[in-house]
Write a protein that binds this ligand. Structure first.
Ligand code: N01
Length: 544
């Protein structure tokens, strides 16, 4: 390997890594373990203070996965054989506990530097290596940099006048205090009703004196059907796991289930209803990505599910005006083209006296003062403000690093108007750098751990290919990224995803050009494409 060659030539091992991985979530940890096994000299930098990836940052009240635990883990190295999950949908402490377990098994943290935020990366063409600088002044050289910062590394803050003057606690959900905040008896304002907002509201409603929820777009949230899992249930789930892991590769979104090979449009009302009820009883993402195959493509068929969903919500919310705001007669957008949250008692808590819903479209927050939030109807005094306003997703984490490629050209400039990648993996002008879970990969449409392993495998395979050929430089061609971008855009253009201004296409970030940031052709098509790339000898890349 290159590192052993360096050792022979007397260069201190460790001075120049084979690979620096930026980000220690599922993807980063997987790279560390696989590459280390293959003899690469590799290290991980993580901005977080400890293990957990995105679940280190997202420790707001109620933060929990929307994927069932057993599919939200590695299939790698039989790790799944010895770990019991406490709940069907683990909360952030559960996911962190799982990461600690993985660390005990794989001994990862010895090669991870926490509290280390990559601030800048500079490519040295002569030496064919990167130098990455941390925000606190560390420098690390590496022949290859893998950017695994995840889809949600850059929180999006609302631009509200006076936000810094608030005298109480005001936090973005993804920057919640690590030690938590006791909401008991507090007056809480929650801005935003995405997956994060829904979870905070549910949790806060139990303890807080008052919860005021600012909704801009209703969340077409689905029942989670959470429950505790005992050892016996973990054992019984485990027996079927190898097949379920394999199924992920063949499923649109990398889960262990696929769309029904039937159309809602072809079913009778009674058949449709029976199907919806059956899926409703089980809850979870199969209601979204496992039902009739035409629901996310045919707006009329989609409407049949929306109406069913709306009826279910109205059954649970007593005040008709509140029910109408949460689940309006006219859909805010087709069901499922914005990611639905999973809820436990989200809709029920609006029946409590301490929970109030405000329609931001009619009554936005005009200003924040030391005492609370101000709307056209006056001051709402509060002690805590939760900004559940989402992320500059997919690209924000990468662009948070000042990446300077060939000739000092900045990625921030190259991507100022448009992101361009080859398969979400690489971009021309930035050699020896690959992205994991990056923009224009299935990312937002793929279960995280599935992507970490399957996309992770293609990255490892590619790096092995480069090494085996004795190459020290790789760069994807501009033509390859133009084609890929056109393909991603084309899939998006005719689709129902255009009908909701979501983070899938960056439409949630004010002032930024919107562009589809997630490959919507599905996991099997994505890896099918990679098989072709590999069979043709990686011709999209120049190897030198
Ligand atoms: O963010 P979001 P999120 N003024 O962008 C509103 C994953 N995740 O953190 O819809 C006022 O979805 C915005 O309104 P609108 C998951 O993939 C997973 O909740 O744009 N309001 C919206 O209601 C998820 O999809 C889990 O009209 C503003 C909300 O804030 C993704 O992360 C848990 C505003 C933002 O919702 C993002 O979810 C949490 C403004 N200026 C997150 N800006 C689980 O697995 C935005 N909003 C459970």
């Amino acid at each position: 390997s290159e590192s052993s060659a360096d050792a022979r030539s007397g260069e201190a091992k460790g001075d120049v890594l084979d690979v620096l991985v930026v980000g220690g979530g599922f993807s980063g940890l997987y790279q560390l373990d696989r590459l280390r096994d293959l003899g690469f000299d590799v290290k991980v930098w993580d901005a977080a203070g400890g293990l957990g990836g995105i679940w280190w940052w997202n420790c707001y009240p109620g933060a929990r996965t929307d994927t069932v635990a057993h599919i939200y883990q590695f299939s790698h190295k039989g790790l799944w054989k010895d770990y019991d999950f406490a709940e069907r949908y683990p909360d952030f402490t559960g996911v962190r506990d799982y990461f600690e377990y993985v660390d005990r098994k794989l001994n990862l943290t010895k090669d991870i530097e926490f509290d280390t935020t990559a601030a800048q990366a500079q490519w040295d063409e002569d030496r064919r290596e990167w130098t990455v600088f941390s925000a606190d002044g560390k420098a690390q050289k590496a022949r290859t940099v893998l950017v695994a910062t995840g889809f949600g590394a850059k929180p999006l803050y609302p631009d509200i006048p006076g936000i810094d003057t608030f005298a109480g606690e005001c936090h973005h959900t993804a920057r919640w205090p690590q030690n938590g905040l006791d909401l008991t008896g507090k007056r809480v304002v929650v801005i935003g009703t995405g997956a994060s907002g829904v979870q905070v509201v549910q949790e806060a409603a139990h303890d807080a004196a008052q919860v005021t929820v600012f909704q801009r777009t209703p969340n077409l949230a689905l029942p989670m059907r959470q429950r505790k899992l005992d050892g016996a249930e973990n054992d019984s789930v485990r027996t079927g796991l190898p097949e379920r892991f394999d199924a992920r590769y063949k499923a649109f979104a990398g889960f262990d289930f696929s769309f029904l090979p039937e159309n809602a449009a072809d079913a009778t009302d009674a058949e449709r209803r029976a199907t919806y009820e059956r899926f409703w009883a089980d809850g979870g993402f199969p209601l979204w990505l496992g039902m009739y195959q035409d629901l996310l493509a045919d707006e009329e068929a989609n409407r049949t599910f929306y109406d069913f969903w709306r009826e279910k919500v109205h059954e649970r919310v007593q005040d008709p005006a509140t029910a109408e705001l949460l689940a309006p007669a006219r859909p805010p957008h087709p069901f499922g083209v914005k990611r639905p949250a999973l809820e436990q008692d989200y809709f029920d808590v609006f029946n409590q006296d301490n929970v109030h819903l405000i329609d931001q479209n009619d009554e936005p927050v005009l200003e924040i003062t030391p005492a609370g939030v101000v709307t056209k109807n006056g001051l709402i005094e509060c002690d805590v403000i939760a900004l559940a306003t989402g992320f500059d997703s997919n690209r924000g984490g990468i662009l948070g690093i000042d990446i300077q490629g060939v000739g000092g050209a900045r990625l921030q400039d190259k991507w100022a108007d448009r992101v361009d990648t080859f398969m979400g993996l690489s971009t021309s002008g930035f050699p020896n750098m690959l992205f994991l879970y990056g923009p224009q990969s299935p990312s937002g449409f793929c279960n995280g751990p599935t992507s970490a392993e399957y996309q992770g495998d293609i990255v490892v395979e590619f790096l092995e290919h480069v090494r085996a050929g004795g190459h020290t430089r790789f760069e994807s061609a501009t033509s390859a990224e133009k084609e890929w971008t056109a393909h991603v855009d084309e899939l998006f253009d005719g689709s129902l995803f255009t009908k909701a201004r979501s983070w899938y296409w960056g439409a949630n970030v004010p002032g930024k050009p919107a562009q589809m940031l997630n490959y919507s052709g599905g996991v099997p098509a994505y890896f099918g494409k990679w098989d072709e790339v590999k069979a043709a000898g990686f011709t999209e890349f120049e190897l030198g």
